[in-house]
Design a protein around this ligand. Structure first.
Ligand code: SAH
Length: 217
């Protein structure tokens, strides 16, 4: 996602701790207390400008949404959206997904979303893909039994890579679509990238990967 230099971003973020939680590791294992309820916890990794997490939170008051985005200047747009909507069930974290196990503990997350993540097309960069087995290992340590990971992308090579990565890891795949907007999905919330790519007529690929502890890891 395009990043513009916004020198005021860190100060603006720090001024709104109710929307962009400072020191999220302090809430590790305690997100139920943070939100004050036991609604399912859905986490989007690489959430960009936060359109998906805020849209999901608005549409689904019975879940708590957390978006993780590592760049100040990008998350700032999410902050504006959260200020406008002022929803009780969504926050964003300015963090690197690599550190996700410092933020959540085991059995804390019901579902992860990975939307239009960077494809890192070169093989030697495969480890940086958010669906690389190194990341899957981190996610399953946090997912509840029966928890899910939902992915959307416009990038066919990344989608094929991810299908294989999830499958080899021991996830069960379901509801795979090679053209989401043609197939339709009830309650689909579009992300920034999804809006842009589907407007250009590009198909959107989607999958759901289900994790059962019985899978053996
Ligand atoms: N999900 C949004 C944005 C997709 S672009 C959408 O669909 O529109 C991918 C985003 O992931 C970028 O904003 C990038 O900064 C973020 N990202 C990539 N790797 C990350 C990481 N390791 N930790 C946190 N954010 C990451």
């Amino acid at each position: 996602m395009r990043q513009r230099n916004k020198p005021w971003a860190p100060e603006e973020i720090a001024a709104h701790p109710q929307y962009i939680v400072p020191e999220p590791s302090a809430h590790r294992g305690l997100w139920v207390e943070y939100f004050g309820n036991e609604k399912p916890l859905y986490v989007e990794v690489g959430s960009g400008k936060g359109r998906f997490v805020t849209g999901m939170a608005e549409q689904n008051p019975d879940v708590n949404m957390i978006g993780i985005e590592k760049f100040d200047s990008i998350i700032l747009t999410g902050l504006e959206r959260m200020k406008e909507l002022d929803l009780p069930n969504v926050v964003m974290l300015k963090e690197d997904v690599n550190d996700i196990n410092d933020i959540f503990t085991e059995n804390e997350v019901d579902r992860f979303y990975i939307n239009f993540t960077d494809p890192w097309p070169k093989n030697r960069h495969a480890k940086r893909r958010l669906t690389h087995e190194g990341f899957l290992q981190k996610y399953v340590e946090l997912l509840k039994d029966g928890g899910e990971i939902h992915m959307k992308t416009d990038n066919r090579p990344l989608f094929e890579y991810s299908l294989q990565s999830f499958s080899e890891f021991g996830f069960t795949l379901q509801n795979i679509s090679l053209d989401l907007h043609e197939d339709g999905l009830e309650g689909n919330v579009m992300t920034e990238y999804e809006e842009k790519f589907s407007r250009n007529g590009q198909p959107i690929y989607r999958l759901e990967a289900v994790w059962n502890d019985r899978s053996g890891r």
